[in-house]
Design a protein around this ligand. Structure first.
Ligand code: GTP
Ligand code: MG
Length: 372
């Protein structure tokens, strides 16, 4: 018999009549808490960020077929096989503690499935091949030193909308730094170009223009600036990254035939709605353009943490700064006009940006909030 609750009646009070329900709930709760506590005691807590990047030797599994991991779910993964078909697979115990990510090349073996269990994944991932590249960002605290974005990519295209959602300052520099760290080609993609006047030259991009960073302006809705991207995609794996609602999935749809990806509108605040929830590896078939290529659509990000990255990378992002500033940016006062005059910087606001990244790279305190 199902029992109806009266308005204002607390669940707990009702559960007192059914102690077994109450105790069952409590035990799942306590299990969840216990699991959380155990997680804190893993090697990750020991501040060993390098351990997360090491992969087990795939040598014993080289006789098994290879596939690409195209999407990760919490319990299973989708693999794209050599014949381009998609197979759902679970993760084998051999990979315990290994963090697989979209784009990984893996070896899988079929698992015997009873007839009644036809809905369960038919294969198991048992090994992961060495990665050609790994795009990652810093994690939020020491329990999670890195957040992996994509493996085996060639290029990172950071997407920024001319309006809605607004670009958070520093995002472009952060993305450039992550691309440098992973060894990826970096490009800036300006989306929703139809929403701003053609006279608007987007002066905020000048520092990047001067550095020779490629900047492409597109309007996926009007189809402008989309065709030239096809030739850049040829035989390349390109990760699209940007705030939620900048139009990453819309751009992917404009470049691809095949089933359309879900796209979302904007909230009344002009921000995205987190429509895409997991990174997705999307190979283009050759009919869709010369040489195919692969796009990786990702969920919208708020920021890109650079915690734990090498400070030497800053010299490659902030090219215009003299060595003495790059060695110790905090020795200079970004609010002091005399200092700025002496340094003779074309874009003084970049000094603050440099200082912020410098500080963030160092800090590895547990539970530290990185959203400065
Ligand atoms: N005017 C205009 N609107 C666009 C353009 N591209 C995308 N949009 C709109 O922007 C909104 C968000 O697009 P999405 O493609 O879902 O954005 P996203 O970056 O994939 O967002 P997340 O999946 O949440 O990260 C949709 O309402 C699109 O119609 C464009 O070129 N011009
Ligand atoms: Mg999307």
């Amino acid at each position: 018999m199902t029992r109806k609750f009266r308005l204002g009646q607390s669940r707990e009070a009702q559960d007192l009549d059914h102690r077994e329900v109450y105790s069952r709930e409590r035990s799942t709760d306590s299990k969840r808490r216990q699991r959380g506590a155990e997680r804190l005691e893993t090697g990750i807590e020991a501040h060993d960020a390098q351990a997360l990047l090491r992969l087990p030797d795939p040598a014993p599994w080289m006789h098994l077929p290879e596939a690409t991991l195209i999407q990760r779910f919490s319990q299973w993964v989708d693999l794209e096989l050599a014949d381009r078909s998609v197979l759902r697979a679970t993760l084998g115990g051999k990979l315990k503690g290994v963090h697989l990510v979209c784009g990984d090349r893996v070896r899988y073996s079929p698992i015997p499935i009873e007839a009644t269990d036809a809905k369960r994944p038919q294969a198991q991932v048992v090994a992961v091949m060495p990665r050609r590249s790994l795009l990652k960002r810093g994690g939020s605290d020491d329990r999670e030193p890195w957040q992996f974005i994509c493996a085996n990519a060639d290029e990172l295209w950071i997407c920024a909308a001319v309006v809605d959602p607004p670009l958070r300052s520093g995002l472009l520099e952060r993305a450039q730094l992550l691309a440098l760290d992973a060894g990826l080609t970096f490009r800036v993609l300006i989306t929703k170009r139809d929403r701003a006047s053609v006279k608007d030259t987007l002066p905020e991009l000048d520092p990047l223009r001067e550095q020779g960073v490629a900047i492409h302006e597109t309007s996926a809705l009007k189809g402008e600036g989309v065709e030239p991207l096809r030739s850049l995609l040829r035989d390349r794996v390109v990760v699209l990254l940007g705030h939620s609602g900048v139009g990453k999935s819309t751009l992917v749809n404009a470049l691809r035939l095949g089933p359309e990806l879900k796209t979302g509108g904007l909230t009344k605040f002009g921000t995205g709605k987190q429509t895409t929830t997991a990174a997705r590896w999307l190979p283009l078939v050759p009919e869709e353009g010369p040489g195919g290529g692969t796009l990786v659509d990702t969920p919208g990000i708020r920021t890109l943490s650079v915690r734990g990255f090498d400070r030497a990378l800053l010299a490659k992002v902030f090219l215009e700064f003299p060595t003495q500033v790059l060695e110790d940016p905090l020795a200079f006062d970004a609010g002091d006009d005399d200092t700025l005059d002496r340094l003779n910087l074309a874009y003084p606001e970049r000094l603050q940006s440099l200082q912020r990244l410098w500080l963030e790279m160092d800090a590895r305190n547990p539970n530290q909030n990185v959203w400065k």
